[in-house]
Design a protein around this ligand. Structure first.
Ligand code: GDP
Length: 697
């Protein structure tokens, strides 16, 4: 029947990993006692090794879930901390050290922690048992052990001594049982003592008669009885040998020396071996009686989990690995879909738009702000003027405009423009689902894609700059190109005109109608006139006149905001005038006449240049930046984003997504419950077989 306890201990730890609720709990033995009652000594005697933390300053701060596994054929005895992944530890002083570290890691402010330490010990010398060691009850509060600590420990113990657990109440023989916090706590939850075993330590410290009286349990009867032990190691000499062996000998010596009180005829339970046997019996019968109840509970939980799994996920199984693979596939697909925005025509259009802006800037700088600009229109309209006899001034202007455009850093600007587009694309992927759940992966995605871009940008922009170099010296324009450029220039100007008119309309509305705006504008013009006059006067009169002629105070006829609006309106209407003049020129016979007339129509010419620049830049950006990026990016996803994760990181990644986490949790719960159910079923058949079959009469 020992098989049963063993199996149920396994099942118990599986159930613990499913959930911590009381519903699915198999019994364990919970060890409670006040500090220095000899709790550690008893546990170490049961295990046969010294392994618990020692020290004056409350050393057990977390519950220790101690699972003893009897392994008859084990070559070595060893311990394991499943949660820490340290492997088999054969040196028990290393176990002691680890336990001490784990306990000391609890912050001083917290003092005790509810989070249990899972320790398993495999040995031919231990019985199959589960024991939970809890922090000892504090008797007196001191400075470094505040009052709340007392309550915290009591609360922790209270939670563990609930049903179905068995309580091992450790009391020292030399302390009146009436004062034992362990017995007091046990009586609260188990008044009849049906699931409490008393352990009386330090039997050697009281007269044998007194010890025997305690064990008889007449004053505080316990259904499961008291076991008396002497668990202390026997002096200095013993410490050099195996402590446990020495302790055992000390105990045998003591009870052997008091046969009158504790001999076979006394029916009192004494000694560590008796304690072990008693613990095994009690745990086994408690487990056996829990079997039926736990089987039903697990069955119910399993049905519920299976139902939920069907309803919520239609029985679809997932794994962290499959989620990672799906995420990578989706990422690549999304990326591919987005890259259509970066085909050549799209890129060319983007670059052209950027270059159109540059053209407008150049025109503004060299032509629109030039006072002589209207002359150019008149020259274009005059059939007598030919391109070769026009004033050298205009020829020079055109050359300057062209080189201002070609030498404005087109290579760098266009490469950066495309790179920025790619960056924005990646950023938008990284900030969308499912990467909202995976901030670390999103950051890595952004990091390595930016790194690829950084590597390529300089090469690409140098290449582009190099390839547009010829245009810095000469731009040949064919008739077809000219006409197309002229039409596009007209189009751009039309748009610019619409923009200026809209702005003017907005201002007119804001100021309060065109009459009002005209009024403000006239006033501003007057101000400007007077300002100019003043300047002239100041110049002619010299410095001293400034003080003698104080500025006449302006009457504030309009609020400053309106004056500012009027100034803007004046700029827009000036701009409109020149745009309209130039539009007329662009539509004139002269400009329609072909590339020979470039000097009259710089807009058309610059537009052709911009188009050529956009075309060439696109070609080389495509080769040097886009192709490279589209090749590298998916490969980097494979090597840097997810596939270099180990199993633990894959699970962590998948669980970052709450929907996946819920799915995995439920699936996991169902699997574990199924496994537990299988084991429970095999146990009941085992027990049924063991029952004698009633014979028919
Ligand atoms: P804990 O604080 O409850 O874990 O108690 P310990 O096991 O550390 O024991 C407290 C002190 O009592 C130690 O100095 C032990 O050596 C001593 N001690 C424990 N058991 C016995 C015993 O059976 N007899 C004697 N004389 N001393 C004991």
């Amino acid at each position: 029947l020992m098989h049963l306890t063993r199996k149920l201990i396994e099942i118990r730890s599986m159930l613990l990993s499913i959930d911590q609720s009381d519903a699915l709990k198999l019994p364990s033995i919970v060890v409670i006692g006040s500090q220095s009652s000899g709790k550690s000594s008893v546990l170490e005697a049961v295990v046969g090794h010294e392994f618990l933390p020692k020290g004056n300053n409350m050393v057990t701060r977390r519950p220790i879930e101690l699972t003893l596994i009897h392994t008859p054929d084990a070559a070595a005895e060893y311990g394991e901390f499943p949660a820490l992944g340290l492997g088999k530890i054969t040196d028990f002083s290393a176990i002691q050290k680890t336990l001490t570290d784990l306990n000391l890691a609890v912050p001083a402010a917290e003092a005790v922690s509810n989070d249990p330490i899972d320790l398993r010990i495999y040995s031919p010398n231990v019985p199959d048992l589960t024991l939970i060691d809890l922090p000892g009850y504090v008797q007196i509060s001191s400075l470094d052990q505040p009052e709340t600590l007392k309550e915290k420990i009591a609360g922790l113990c209270e939670r563990y001594i609930r049903e179905p657990n068995i309580i091992l109440a450790v009391c020292a023989a030399d302390v009146d049982l009436a004062n034992s916090p362990a017995l007091r706590a046990s009586r609260k939850v188990d008044p009849l003592g049906l699931r409490t075993i008393g352990v009386i330590t330090k039997m050697d410290l009281v007269p044998a008669e007194q010890g025997a009286a305690i064990l008889a349990g007449n004053r505080y009867p316990l259904h499961l009885g008291y076991v008396g032990v002497v668990a202390k190691s026997a002096g200095k000499k013993a410490r050099r040998e195996n402590t446990a062996v020495a302790a055992k000998r000390g105990e045998d010596d003591y009870f052997g020396a008091h046969k009158d009180q504790f001999g076979a005829s006394s029916s009192l339970m004494t000694g560590t071996s008796t304690l072990r046997r008693r613990l095994m019996e009690v745990l086994e019968s408690s487990m056996a009686s829990s079997l039926h109840g736990i089987t039903n509970a697990v069955q119910l939980e399993l049905e519920e989990a299976a139902y939920q799994f069907k309803v919520q996920y239609n029985d679809r199984r997932i794994s962290p690995e499959s989620y990672v693979a799906e995420t990578v596939d989706a990422l690549k697909a999304k990326f591919k879909e987005f890259t259509t925005q970066f085909r050549k025509p799209q890129v060319r259009a983007k670059l052209k738009a950027m270059l159109d802006d540059k053209v407008m800037d150049v025109l503004e700088q060299l032509y629109w702000l030039d006072k002589r600009a209207p002359e150019l229109g008149a020259l274009a309209a005059d059939p007598k003027v030919q391109p070769d006899n026009i004033d050298a001034y205009w020829r020079h202007k055109l050359g300057a405009a062209s080189s201002l455009l070609t030498k404005s850093g087109v290579g760098r600007d266009s490469t950066l423009l495309v790179a920025d587009g790619l960056r924005a694309l990646i950023d938008s992927i990284a900030s969308g689902e499912p990467f909202t759940y995976h901030p670390k992966a999103a950051e890595r995605l952004i990091q390595f894609s930016h790194a690829i871009l950084r590597d390529r940008i300089n090469i690409a922009s140098d290449q582009v700059e190099n390839c547009i170099k010829p245009y810095k010296y000469e731009v040949e324009v064919e008739d077809g190109e000219w006409e197309a450029g002229r039409v596009r220039a007209v189009d751009l100007f039309d748009k610019e005109v619409v923009m200026c008119e809209t702005k003017l309309k907005e201002i007119r509305k804001k100021v309060g109608g065109s009459r009002r705006l005209n009024g403000v504008m006239a006033y501003v013009r007057g101000l400007e006139e007077r300002e100019k006059e003043r300047k002239v006067r100041r110049l002619t009169a010299g410095a001293d006149a400034e003080e003698s002629a104080p500025e006449e105070p302006e009457s504030y006829r309009y609020p400053p905001a309106q004056i500012l609006d009027a100034r803007h309106a004046m700029l827009y209407s000036d701009r409109l005038n020149i745009l309209k003049l130039r539009l007329a020129a662009l539509k004139s016979k002269r400009c329609r006449g072909g590339p020979d007339n470039d000097v009259f129509c710089p807009e058309a010419f610059l537009n052709v240049v911009a188009d050529k620049l956009a075309y060439t830049s696109t070609m080389f950006i495509n080769i040097e930046l886009l192709d490279q990026f589209f090749y590298q990016f998916p490969r980097e996803i494979d090597s840097r984003l997810l596939y270099d994760l180990d199993r633990r990181e894959i699970v962590e990644f998948a669980r970052e997504n709450p929907a996946v986490q819920r799915h995995l949790d439920l699936q996991d719960r169902k699997d574990k419950l199924e496994e537990v159910m299988k084991q429970l079923n095999s146990l009941s058949t085992l027990r049924a077989d063991a029952q004698p079959t009633p014979r028919r009469q």
